[in-house]
Design a protein around this ligand. Structure first.
Ligand code: PRP
Ligand code: URA
Length: 211
């Protein structure tokens, strides 16, 4: 598994405001969107393209276009939805599939409650959006799900993660083609398995608290 930490002052600046507990949901949503545009740029470095012949007003030339089948973007509900628009802006021809997962806060195991993906992902390049890689259970389950459907490579985009839990995800991934792009590396997890210093509950900060 290839891991890329998108180390950039603009990302760190936006992340600092996101982390601040006084940042209200409208600002939080806007910042996740902006941050996502920057992370998408990094995450799509290996997006598959094919040559295309065009004519400029001056001369014929060759460029590239995104290959078919189109990349599939998979936000993990809820919090991954906050990252979707930023990603779609960068890759407007991509298709979007949905996975709904909720971490059981007692067992810390992810529970899948919704799935709307193409039945066959053979040959598809997939981009998973999930802001928090905490225990890594949700992300690992999403990656397994996509490979089981035939995906050939998966790029996961997370806002925050921790070295120890990234190592655990890497172990589970084995030799499958996975890239992980992160906005920052944090210190570790607290007793409730929240990222420290983190930004709190990403879903709640985007959309408010639900029971
Ligand atoms: C959060 C977050 C991740 C998951 C990370 O979602 O968005 O999907 O927790 O935790 P893990 O790495 O320990 O699995 P949550 O389960 O709170 O659901 P929500 O997005 O609906 O708030
Ligand atoms: N889920 C979140 O939203 N935040 C964390 O820090 C851990 C899990």
């Amino acid at each position: 598994m290839r891991v890329v930490i998108a180390d950039h002052p603009l990302i760190t600046h936006k992340l600092t405001v996101l982390r601040d507990k006084t940042t209200p949901p409208p600002t939080f949503r806007l910042l996740v969107d902006e941050l996502m545009t920057l992370l998408a740029y990094e995450a799509t470095r290996e997006v598959r393209v094919e040559p295309v012949a065009i004519e400029t007003p001056v001369a014929p030339t060759t460029g590239v276009r995104i290959s078919q089948p189109a990349p599939l973007i998979v936000p993990i509900l809820r919090a991954g939805l906050g990252m979707l628009d930023g990603m779609v802006k960068m890759v407007p021809t991509a298709e979007v599939g949905f996975l709904g997962m909720k971490r059981n806060e007692e067992t810390l195991e992810p529970e899948t409650y919704a799935e709307r993906l193409p039945d066959d992902l053979n040959g598809r390049q997939c981009f998973v959006l999930d802001p928090m890689l905490a225990t890594g259970g949700s992300l690992a389950a999403a990656i397994d799900f996509l490979f089981a459907r035939g995906a050939v490579d998966v790029t996961a985009i997370c806002v925050l993660g921790t070295p120890e839990r990234i190592a655990a995800v890497r172990k589970g991934v084995g030799d499958r083609e996975v890239t992980l792009v992160l906005g920052a590396l944090d210190d570790g997890l607290n007793e409730q398995a929240y990222i420290v210093p983190g930004l709190g509950d990403a879903g709640d900060r985007l959309y408010g608290t639900v029971d």
